[in-house]
Design a protein around this ligand. Structure first.
Ligand code: FUB
Length: 345
């Protein structure tokens, strides 16, 4: 990942023009997964930290060690920080890099789903449980069997079925799992990626077991089709999946949204089943300050909101981000109106 070029940005001007401001400013937060529990908005973000790890294209400098849960009684206000909800030292199988989490609730139990590198340097996805949405959470002793890569997002459909969407290319290692075993002979974030004229790698979906602690099936591809019904190609950098899966349901249809990574866009695709296929439908958010873009979408009091992040609070430091929220609007056909994070810039 190239370091953001920040010298040319007037941050006072940019912040004044931004469509939203950080929901907390005392810590750096990113990758917000938002849910409404008991009438309150809960945000499950990554907790970004300063460190001396050199910048690289694998994201090694994203060296997060714990999670804090934030909550808000109104999307336009500041958030409450509930403190440490889970720490790396309390996850028996994990070694480093607590990346983007998600959470959900079933039968009064709150589940935190999170990726981390295990002791062999392989990203796995773990689960932790709590009796309260803000935690503290107690981690299972082992990651989900058969899990890999990053960025879990758990969607529970109206019939109670729960699905995990996950995956991320480059530092998220998804490209290393194409044969079903972790490929490690070649080095670097671009090894094992398909060629530009080949189908893009897909996010994964797996239905979860009733207790939300394991996969109930082998993960399957989340296929995104173009306007001709063909899977997006790997060279289609402005539309293909990179990381940051999210699934929400709007007017009975399934909206799969994601980041395009190296082109810094949040995009979405629409389908008629949680498994897809999904047809590419457009952009949700134009690039923000910083390299990564990540999000969630939630409804509160009959309005829809995009929870996202940028690096404005740190004045452009890529791995020191801040969570923001902005209202989302749909047109009469169900298409999302693209947001411009700094409309005048
Ligand atoms: O926060 C670490 C990683 O950066 C996330 O897992 C990705 O989605 C990107 O936001």
């Amino acid at each position: 990942m190239p370091e953001a070029t920040i010298d040319h940005i007037d941050f006072d001007k940019l912040n004044a023009e931004a469509i939203s401001q950080p929901v907390v400013q005392h810590i750096f937060t990113a990758d917000p997964s938002a849910h409404v529990f008991n009438g309150r908005i809960y945000i499950y973000p990554s907790h970004d930290v300063e460190n001396d790890i050199p910048f690289d294209d694998l994201g090694s400098h994203f060296a997060m060690e714990d999670y804090h849960v934030l909550s808000m009684d109104d999307p336009h206000g500041m958030a409450t920080d509930h403190g440490v909800a889970l720490h790396l030292k309390d996850v028996p199988w994990a070694d480093k890099q607590l990346w983007a989490p998600d959470a959900n609730e079933k039968d009064g139990v709150y589940y935190l789903f999170f990726p981390a590198k295990d002791k062999e340097g392989i990203f796995r996805i773990g689960v932790a449980r709590s009796s309260a949405p803000e935690g503290p959470f107690v981690a299972e002793p082992m990651p989900i069997k058969g899990s890999y890569s990053i960025d879990p997002a758990v969607f529970i459909d109206d019939d109670g079925s729960a699905y995990m969407y996950f995956g991320g290319i480059w530092g998220g290692q998804l490209q290393r799992w194409q044969t079903g075993v972790f490929l490690h002979e070649q080095e670097g974030p671009l090894a094992y990626l398909p060629k530009d004229n080949e189908p893009a790698l897909c996010a994964k979906i797996a239905r979860l077991s009733d207790d939300l602690l394991s996969f109930a099936e082998q993960p399957k591809d989340v296929v995104i089709l173009d306007e001709n019904g063909k899977p997006l190609l790997a060279g289609d950098h402005e539309r293909r999946f990179f990381e940051a899966s999210w699934l929400h349901k709007y007017n009975g249809r399934y909206y799969f949204s994601y980041s395009t990574g190296d082109t810094h866009l949040l995009c979405y695709a629409i389908g008629d089943s949680p498994y897809g296929p999904f047809t590419y439908a457009g952009r949700i958010l134009e690039p923000v300050v910083g390299w990564t873009s990540h999000h969630s979408i939630a409804s509160f009091n009959n309005k829809w909101y995009l929870f996202y992040h940028d690096s404005s609070l740190s004045k452009g430091v890529t791995h020191l981000r801040c969570v923001k929220v902005a209202e989302l609007h749909y047109d009469e056909h169900g298409f999302i109106k693209t947001l411009h994070p700094y409309p005048q810039s």
